[in-house]
Design a protein around this ligand. Structure first.
Ligand code: LMR
Length: 390
């Protein structure tokens, strides 16, 4: 049977990891996959994660299954972080998932079970959004979201698309730190989105994967918190990969949020049944680490401090990059005001490949750059290479 299969293209983003690693040129620059890097180019394990792991090593006395729902204390503490005070005024039925991607897949499966057939997605988005929703069987309907040449959010086009949608439709929103554009939405824009979704009966699915990397832990959840108070039901897919640096531990959660405890409980029972026929039960370790950190004041303080340091480094790099590029490429001064790891440069595929071949600067062909992949010492060189393309 296997020979009847056709060869699949490598995942373009993940393939970059291998290409970069194989490149032996000194001074190569990795602006590819979305992982945080420090000034030395390392993706550190948070101090608080190490401390929590030591505690777990001493205290964990069983590796028995944790159940379909996952670690309930992880879910409770994670939801407190995500929802804040607004989160306490609604019911959030959570299920722990293998990463944010697992959460998105369960969300898509649940939408289909609930009779939703279509999901609206702004262009561009993280390519795997389209892959996951399509693989689940949802129709993915794209609308313009961002103009890379002008570095502007096409908010009117987004609202127009939502106005034309209705019950039976869902809409994907990025909670903060938009991937791939970094383009922020204002509080007013979140209010318009919430009102439009509520009016049209469209169910929002919010992907929150970078809380703490944009404007701060609270600020990055503000739009989502407004939304959950304004619409009757929301799905929130949370990733702990970046905010806790737990990438390979595959740690995430899906929350079905509702004003009704009965409705939320129904959603949870379906999410658990869907998990059972997919991967059964989630991996434990990452969630146990997050639960341990968030259950301990000193560890939480230390984790927040380290995360804030990462955020500050990215903000500084954004400022330096924008200052260098603005004189030659005025639109790119917007990089400074964008959030999180990513910005989207208006480069052609040929230009991206040339930067890779001639200067060992790696990024996906979309032109997305992971700002956290820069070292301060690289900025001048990278600015010069980008500017030369003008
Ligand atoms: C990214 O967008 O680079 C990350 O979310 C990693 C991934 O899985 O694509």
């Amino acid at each position: 049977m296997f020979d009847a299969l056709s060869r699949q293209p490598d995942d373009a983003l993940l393939a970059l990891i291998g290409l970069y690693n194989q490149d032996s040129r000194p001074g190569k620059v990795d602006l590819g996959v979305g992982v945080y890097r420090d000034e030395a180019g390392r993706t550190p394990v948070f101090r608080a994660v190490k401390a929590a792991e030591r505690l777990l090593l001493e205290s964990q006395d069983s590796k028995a299954y944790i159940g379909l729902e996952g670690d309930t204390l992880y879910l409770e503490r994670l939801w407190n972080l995500v929802g804040g005070a607004a989160g306490r005024r609604v019911v959030a039925a959570g299920v722990q998932t293998p990463g944010g991607s697992g959460a998105l897949r369960l969300a898509a499966d649940l939408l289909l079970r609930g009779g939703c057939r279509r999901i609206l997605v702004g262009t561009p988005t993280w390519p795997n959004h389209v892959g996951i929703f399509g693989a689940a069987g949802l129709t993915v309907s794209s609308h313009p979201f961002f103009d890379a040449a002008g570095q502007t959010v096409l908010f009117d086009r987004m609202v127009e698309a939502l106005e034309a949608a209705g019950p039976g439709d869902a809409a994907l929103l990025h909670g903060s730190c938009h991937n791939p554009t970094g383009a922020p939405l204002s509080a007013d824009q979140w209010a318009v989105l919430a009102a439009t979704l509520e009016k049209r009966g469209v169910l929002p699915l919010v992907d929150l994967a970078y809380q703490g990397f944009g404007r701060g832990l609270e600020e990055d959840a503000a739009g989502l918190r407004h939304l959950i108070a304004a619409v009757p039901e929301t799905l929130v897919a949370v990733s702990s990969s970046k905010s806790f640096g737990l990438y390979r531990e595959r740690t995430g959660a899906i929350f079905a949020v509702s004003a009704s405890a009965d409705a939320a409980a129904l959603a949870r029972s379906n999410l658990m049944a869907l998990a059972r026929t997919s991967y059964s039960m989630p991996p434990d370790h990452g969630a146990a680490v997050v639960r341990t950190i968030l259950g301990d004041e000193a560890l939480t303080r230390d984790w927040r401090e380290e995360l804030e340091g990462m955020r500050a480094r990215i903000v500084g790099l954004r400022r330096a990059l924008a200052a260098g590029l603005a004189p030659v490429w005025p639109a790119l001064s917007a990089i400074e005001g964008q959030e999180g790891m990513f910005s989207l440069l208006p480069l052609t595929e040929a230009e991206v490949l040339r930067l890779r071949a001639e200067h060992a600067i790696y990024m996906p062909t979309s032109g997305r750059i992971n700002i956290a992949g820069l070292k301060t010492a690289d900025v001048a060189e990278v600015v010069a290479r980008f500017a030369a393309l003008r």
